[in-house]
Design a binder for this molecule. Structure first.
Ligand SMILES: [Zn+2]
Ligand SMILES: [Zn+2]
Length: 270
């Protein structure tokens, strides 16, 4: 049985075909999927998916790329996290890929937003779902500052999702106790370096995801992605690590349940 640790079923192109997607998940033995929140405006929709369907779970957070949306306060995130079936904080992090002419210094609002998410995660002891793109140095620096790794209270924990950074960044994330999640990008022909990085990530620290509707894995590249295709990512991980598909399915699902420990496995089986 497989787990899709990151998808966006609340997005219209997927929400409109939800019954077919849930059927396809069952056919592909994908027993659960985590529906990721990207704005507070969207949260009720994400949350409703998780309360209506036993195989779906939810997070609360505001994506670093989203501007002109409600800025989340600590209280907003804590209130969302208190709702049933909310099992993580995010997605959050830093994205300097589209600066649109701005300097990194002008992106302080992203860094402030990330800090608020880390504080919410520590207060609730929920895992962070971290998005980082062209910003890994700052992402790691802020995590080290805010994460409470040597201080009092809960230390931050979580996953670096849709990982596309270098092996050095993967090692740094692993050293902080974080998990690494790979998407369909791992199956792309030109992702040679990323496959080398995936080889370095121990099987007990690795998650798989679709990030659907984006990033459909080979052989479906370019189509609208759904959680039913996460086994293609698992197969790629199995090939890289030289283990069976079943071993990757088991390990990545067990890792997911260990990290997102508010997910009740018995409830999640459809
Ligand atoms: Zn992301
Ligand atoms: Zn996402």
């Amino acid at each position: 049985m497989f787990t899709d640790s990151h998808c966006h079923l609340s997005f219209p192109e997927l929400r409109e075909q939800l019954p077919a997607i849930l059927d396809a998940m069952a056919q592909s033995r994908v027993e659960r999927a985590l529906c990721i929140c990207t704005t507070l405006e969207e949260f009720d929709t994400v949350h409703a998916l998780a309360t209506a369907h036993p195989q779906l779970w939810a997070t609360v957070g505001v994506h670093p790329d989203n501007e002109d949306v409600r800025e989340p306060t600590l209280e907003d995130l804590l209130a969302g996290a208190a709702r049933p079936r909310v099992v993580g904080i995010g997605e959050t992090g830093l994205d300097y890929y589209r600066l649109n002419g701005r300097s990194v210094a002008e992106m302080a609002w992203q860094r402030d937003r990330f800090r608020v998410h880390i504080r919410a995660a520590r207060q609730t002891d929920l895992p962070l779902v971290i998005h980082t793109r062209s910003a890994s140095d700052d992402t790691l620096a802020i995590l080290r500052e805010e994460g409470g790794f040597s201080g009092e209270g809960n230390a931050a924990r979580g996953v670096f999702h849709c990982f596309t950074e270098t092996s050095a960044v993967a090692r740094a994330a692993l050293d902080l106790g974080f998990y690494i999640s790979f998407s369909g990008i791992l199956t792309f022909r030109n992702a040679v370096d990323l496959r080398d990085t995936a080889r370095l990530v121990p099987l007990d620290r690795l998650l798989i995801e679709t990030d659907s509707p984006y990033l459909a894995p080979v052989p479906h590249r370019g189509k609208v992605n759904t959680p039913a295709w996460v086994p293609h990512v698992a197969q790629q991980v199995a090939d890289i690590h030289g283990v069976s598909l079943e071993a990757v399915a088991e390990a990545s699902s067990a890792n997911f349940l260990r990290l997102f420990n508010r997910v009740a496995p018995a409830q999640a089986v459809h």
